[in-house]
Design a protein around this ligand. Structure first.
Ligand SMILES: [Mg+2]
Length: 187
């Protein structure tokens, strides 16, 4: 089984760093998946000026442990990110620093194409637009819950999605075509 794993806000809490860089209050919640919503018009230029958001992001709770367990079960992990190419080394170092399981790192914005080209079986993603494009292309997607998406799954839903059994059941449900059997409640 091959799984594609998005990075920003799927396994890396980049939004917390963006919030800090923009001086937004700690309790601020990104309700929209948009940098414009927080006053950033030139997204590409902004990230170039703020590489620290990729360097300093903490892993989301449970992400490393869950991927480690999946890898230990023989699941092949592919990290697929639309981060800019200049952030490749930073990203590689970050995955290593936090002991994420080994996996190829693909810098590519068109995740549906990557899904198809690599013959992936499942994709972990948070961005509503990406989830939609992936699903439109026939991909099976596990949406990592964020305030701006439908929120089906969290790595750290202990006893629901964060434990290995929950994750595997979820993946198995997606793969067998009956995700409703194991879909976790929207929060
Ligand atoms: Mg993301």
């Amino acid at each position: 089984m091959r799984v594609g794993v998005d990075l920003c806000n799927t396994v890396a809490d980049v939004n917390a760093c963006i919030k800090a860089a923009l001086g937004l209050p700690e309790g601020y919640t990104f309700r929209e998946y948009s940098m414009r919503a927080v006053g950033v018009r030139d997204k590409v230029g902004w990230f170039r000026k703020h590489p620290e958001v990729f360097v300093e992001a903490l892993p989301l709770p449970g992400a490393v442990e869950t991927l480690e367990k999946l890898a230990a079960c023989g699941v092949e992990i592919w990290y697929v990110t639309s981060r800019p190419v200049w952030a490749r080394e930073i990203t590689r170092d970050w995955l290593k620093k936090w002991s994420f399981p080994k996996g190829e790192l693909i810098m590519e914005a068109d995740k549906a194409r990557v899904y198809e080209n690599l013959g992936l079986d499942l994709f972990f993603e948070d961005a509503p637009g990406e989830i939609e494009r992936l699903e439109r292309a026939g991909a099976r997607v596990v949406a990592v819950a964020q305030p701006y998406n439908r929120g089906a799954f969290r790595w750290d839903d202990t006893g629901r999605g964060g434990d290995l059994l929950g994750v595997l059941l979820h993946c198995a449900g997606m793969l067998s075509g009956v995700p409703q059997a194991v879909l976790l409640p929207v929060r």
